[in-house]
Design a protein around this ligand. Structure first.
Ligand code: HEM
Length: 492
C-alpha cells in the first residue's frame, strides 16, 4: 500500500515537472524555477515583488519569465509595455481561486473580467462617466462640491495635530458614491462608509497575510480539505460582507425609467442590455473599490511630499493664488494655465508609485503572440512593470529625487512630453484605468483646494517618513500633520 502511494506520488511529481519544464521552453528566459513553488523558493519574497523584479530585469533584460508560481512574462521598458498593451492580444486577466474568493459573480465586473463581458461593462462604465462628465460637467461639479466640504470640515478640526486620512477618504469616496448611487455621506455621519473601507482593507490584508492562501493558490483543490475549507470560507465571508454592502446600497436606489438617469445604477437599469443584477453589483463594487483607495492614497502621498518639500509647496501655492485666487475652488479649465500644479501631480504619482505588481492586475495573453521579440503562448500572464519603469527609466534623472521641476520644459509653460509620456500611473493601452479622467479631476481639484487653504507642515520636532508600507498598494505610514490656515484676501 505504502509503496503504491509512493509510486503514485513520484509519478505525479514527475508528470508535473515534465509539463512545467516543457511550458518553460515556450517562454522568454528567466531564473531557474521549480514546479509548484516557482521562484518563491529562490528569488521572490512576497510582498517585495517589485524588488525581485527589478533585480531580475538587471540579469535577464527587460523581458523575462518569472514564476509566481505561475509563469509571468515581466516587461520593464516603456516601449515594449506600450506596444504590447496597445493591441488586443494581451487583454485577458487571471481566472482562478483568488478571483473567485473576492467576487460574487463569474467573470463579473470590470477589473478582473475578460472577453466580451469585460469589453461591454468597461465601455458602459466609461461612457457613463463621460455622460455625467463632459459637456454637462456634472462630475466636475460633484468633485468641486466635495472639495469644498472637505476644506470646511478640516477647518473645524484641531489644526495643530491632524490626521488627514479620513478627510481625504470621504472627499474621494463621496464622489464615486454619488456617481454610482446618487448620494453623498455627510462628514459627521459617514460611519457606514468608514466601516466599508476598513472592512475591505482588512479583507485584503488578511488574504495577503494568510499562510494557507498561497497553498490554495498553487493547489486549488486543497480548499476543500477540512481546516483549509474553514479558513477559505472566512476569507470569502469578509469579501462577501463588502459586496453585500454594495448590493444593498444599489438596491436602495430609486428607479424611474421615464426619468433621465442621474447615477450609474439608474443608467445601468435604463440602458444596459445585460440586465443581470449581480453583474451590475460586480461593476459597482469594482468602481467603488478601484475608485477610492487609489486616489485617496495618492492625495495622502501628495500631502507628505509637500510637507517634506516646503519650497515646492510654496511655489505651488503661489501658482494657485495667482491663477485661481484664494477663495474660489479650482475648476479643470484652470489646469491648462498651471504647469507647476501639473508637474507636481505627475511627480507625486511617479514617486508615490502606488500600484505595485499585483496578480489581480496582471494581463493575460488571449492568443499566441510575440512580446519584445519572444514568442509567448496563449493564456500566459503578463506584467507590464510600470512600477519599475517609472523608477528606472533613463528620462527621469536622479529618479529617487522628488523634483517636479524635471517636468517643466525650457519655455517654462509647457511640460516635457518625453517625461509625461512615460509617467503612466494609470497603466497604458486597452486595459488602462477606466477612471483616469475622474481620478485626474479629483487629484487636481483636491490638491489645489488643500494647498490653497492650508500650509501643510510636519509636527514639531518630527520629520516626514516617506518609506511606504509594502503591500499591493504602497500606502504611506499613518502620520499626523500641523496645518496653518492660509489667510484669505479679506482677512489680510
Ligand atoms: C490615482 C488614482 C488611480 C490610479 C493610480 C489607478 C490606477 C489603475 C491601474 C494601474 C489600473 C490597471 C491597469 C492595467 O491593468 O493595465 C487600473 C484599472 C482600473 N481602474 Fe484605476 N486608478 C485610479 C483611480 C480610479 C478611479 C477613480 C476609478 C473609478 C472611477 C478607477 C477604476 C478602474 C477600473 C474599473 C479599472 C479596471 C480596468 C480594466 O481592467 O479594464 N480607477 N487603475
Amino acid at each position: 500500500m505504502f509503496a503504491l502511494l509512493f509510486l503514485l506520488l513520484i509519478t505525479f511529481i514527475g508528470w508535473e515537472a515534465l509539463r512545467f519544464y516543457r511550458r518553460c521552453a515556450n517562454l522568454p528566459p528567466g531564473p531557474f524555477a521549480v514546479p509548484l513553488l516557482g521562484n518563491f523558493i529562490n528569488e521572490v519574497k512576497p510582498p517585495y515583488f517589485h524588488v525581485a523584479l527589478k533585480r531580475l530585469s538587471g540579469r535577464f533584460g527587460s523581458v523575462f519569465t518569472v514564476h509566481l508560481p505561475y509563469p509571468v512574462v515581466n516587461i520593464s521598458d516603456f516601449e515594449t509595455i506600450r506596444d504590447t498593451f496597445r493591441g488586443n492580444d494581451v487583454t485577458g486577466r487571471m481566472q482562478n481561486v483568488l478571483i473567485e474568493v473576492t467576487r460574487s459573480c463569474e467573470n463579473g465586473g470590470i477589473v478582473a473580467s475578460q472577453g466580451a463581458s469585460w469589453q461591454e461593462q468597461r465601455r458602459f462604465a466609461i461612457a457613463t462617466l463621460r455622460d455625467f462628465g463632459m459637456g454637462k460637467n456634472l462630475m466636475e461639479e460633484k468633485v468641486r462640491l466635495s472639495a469644498k466640504n472637505m476644506v470646511e470640515f478640516i477647518g473645524k478640526q484641531d489644526l495643530g495635530n491632524i490626521d488627514l486620512r479620513w478627510s481625504i477618504q470621504v472627499f474621494v469616496s463621496n464622489i464615486i458614491n454619488e456617481f454610482l448611487f446618487g448620494f453623498q455621506y455627510p462628514y459627521e455621519d459617514c460611519g457606514k462608509l468608514m466601516n466599508f473601507v476598513l472592512g475591505l482593507n482588512d479583507a485584503i490584508s488578511e488574504l495577503s497575510r494568510s499562510r494557507i492562501v498561497p497553498i490554495i493558490f498553487m493547489l486549488p483543490w486543497t480548499r476543500h480539505l477540512p481546516i483549509f475549507s474553514y479558513y477559505w470560507a472566512q476569507h470569502h465571508k469578509r469579501f462577501q460582507t463588502m459586496i453585500d454592502y454594495v448590493r444593498e446600497t444599489a438596491s436602495a436606489v430609486k428607479i424611474d425609467l421615464t426619468e433621465e438617469p442621474t447615477c450609474y445604477v439608474q443608467a445601468y437599469k435604463k440602458n444596459n442590455k445585460d440586465q443581470r443584477f449581480e453583474q451590475m453589483v460586480a461593476c459597482c463594487a469594482d468602481l467603488f473599490n478601484a475608485g477610492q483607495e487609489t486616489t485617496t492614497t495618492t492625495l495622502r502621498w501628495s500631502m507628505l511630499f509637500l510637507a517634506a518639500h516646503p519650497e515646492v509647496q510654496e511655489k505651488l501655492r503661489s501658482e494657485i493664488h495667482a491663477h485661481i485666487g484664494r477663495d474660489r475652488i479650482a475648476s479643470m479649465a484652470d489646469k491648462a494655465k498651471m504647469p507647476y500644479a501639473s508637474a507636481v501631480i505627475n511627480e507625486v504619482q511617479r514617486c508615490a508609485n502606488i500600484v505595485a505588481p499585483n496578480p489581480i492586475l496582471f494581463h493575460k495573453t488571449t492568443v499566441d503572440t510575440v512580446i519584445g521579440g519572444h514568442k509567448v503562448v496563449a493564456n500566459t500572464l503578463v506584467n507590464g512593470d510600470v512600477h519599475q519603469m517609472m523608477k528606472t527609466d533613463a528620462v527621469f534623472e536622479q529618479p529617487d529625487r522628488f523634483w517636479p521641476e524635471r517636468y517643466i520644459a525650457e519655455d517654462r509653460v509647457t511640460l516635457r512630453k518625453e517625461l509625461v509620456e512615460r509617467t503612466i500611473p494609470f497603466g497604458i493601452g486597452k486595459r488602462q484605468c477606466a477612471g483616469e479622467g475622474l481620478a485626474r479631476t479629483e487629484l487636481f481639484i483636491g490638491l489645489t483646494s488643500l494647498i490653497q487653504n492650508f500650509r501643510v507642515l510636519p509636527l514639531p520636532d518630527s520629520t516626514i517618513d516617506l518609506e511606504p508600507i509594502y503591500t499591493n498598494i504602497h500606502f504611506p505610514k499613518p502620520q499626523n500633520f500641523r496645518l496653518e490656515r492660509v489667510k484669505h484676501h479679506h482677512g489680510q
